[in-house]
Design a binder for this molecule. Structure first.
Ligand code: NDP
Length: 324
């Protein structure tokens, strides 16, 4: 596994960026690489560079690379962006505000991007903020987080050598988590609340052939139980099962709070509404990747969307007088 080796804290908070990218996951880093090559003064701001793909064991659907670990792909993407001059600012964005809300006519307002470590000015902004793991909301989940309840098999799976674990969820993430866990655990249950597992066919086949994995359909956890750490789960049917670990893979919530506060339009799933140019309802504000309202969400589609954003941001910056 490789690590991020470039973390540049920007020393010049007052310089004006052409394109400030919030996020440095697959989408953010791809936008960073393209925008730098388009000669935009670009920075990516991220608290955790790499994004959610860093918690994926294997990525096998990135064109041109048959198989790569999620962390390695993330590091390559960020390295690629910084190699062309994009800065990486290691901080958390707390607010984005229009710099000149009264700008009219040909003049467009720039944006002030506030972070935990300083403020930055940007002519255009990309929200590539991604998503966070959804929580089950069952009693015991919060109490036992990091003591048997996990949202990342890649991060925690090795602690369950020879143990019994369960994965909650019925999508491709749950399937991939279960396959990874089966390399360590003695037994892996997948609890699917409906009667169908909606995994990619290739992963469904692997599960069918894996003796360690058992799918329990129409099954939901009512409570996670234990003393110091997880010891068992009680299902909604009333059945109790001995369990050493519970991995939750039930989908994601869009990280769109900062965008919403700025006035960016969201859909009812709190995803940012974009058009085919990745423009939002606000001038100079773009969104791409899992935080956008695009239905088919994959690392590669998010990446492509972000590249589109970089292109239209360069047009926007070139064609408009942006004021602060
Ligand atoms: P999905 O939204 O596809 O699936 C979530 C699953 O969790 C559903 O089966 C859902 O059940 C279930 N679920 C939701 N809430 C609960 C709950 N409270 N209790 C029990 N079960 C629950 O999420 P995924 O994370 O699996 O996938 C998201 C997207 O990311 C997909 O498009 C997938 O293809 C993609 N993906 C891409 C990867 C890549 O780029 N390489 C890797 C992994 C995923 P129900 O059906 O009943 O709602």
């Amino acid at each position: 596994m490789r690590f991020f080796n470039i973390l540049i804290m920007s020393e010049q908070e007052n310089k004006i960026y052409d394109f400030l990218i919030i996020g440095a996951g697959c989408a953010g880093a791809s936008a960073g690489m393209y925008a730098s090559r388009l000669n935009l003064k670009t920075a990516m701001i991220a608290e955790m560079p790499g994004g959610l793909i860093t918690s994926t064991h294997l990525v096998e659907n990135w064109p041109g690379i048959k198989s790569i670990s999620g962390p390695d792909l993330a590091v390559s993407l960020v390295d690629h962006a910084t190699s062309f001059g994009a800065e990486l600012i290691n901080s958390k964005v707390t607010e984005v505000l229009p710099a000149s809300p009264d700008a009219e006519g040909d003049k467009k307002s720039g944006y002030i991007v506030k972070t935990m470590s300083g403020e930055y000015k940007a002519k255009s902004v990309l929200f590539a903020t991604g998503t966070e793991h959804k929580k089950l909301g069952s009693p015991g989940e919060k109490e036992f987080e990091n003591r048997g309840v996990s949202y990342c098999a890649l991060c925690d799976g090795a602690f369950y050598k020879g143990k019994t674990v369960s994965v909650v969820g019925g999508g491709d993430s749950a399937a991939k988590e279960a396959l990874f866990l089966s390399q360590h655990a003695a037994k892996v249950y997948i609890f699917v609340r409906k009667d169908i597992l909606r995994a990619e066919p290739v992963n469904a086949d692997r599960i069918a052939k894996n003796d360690k994995i058992e799918i329990k359909y129409n099954t939901e956890i009512a409570e996670v139980l234990g003393s110091d750490k997880v010891e068992k789960v009680r299902l909604k049917s009333g059945e109790e099962m001995q369990m050493d670990g519970v991995f939750v893979a039930i989908g994601h919530n869009a990280l769109s709070e900062v965008a919403e506060k700025l006035g960016v339009e969201l859909n009812d799933r709190k995803e940012i509404k974009i058009n085919r140019k990745t423009e939002t309802n606000l001038p100079g504000v773009f969104a791409a990747g899992d935080v956008s309202d695009t239905e088919f969400k994959q690392a590669i589609t998010g990446s492509a969307e972000a590249v589109t954003a970089a292109y239209y941001a360069s047009e926007y910056v070139g064609n408009n007088e942006v004021v602060f």
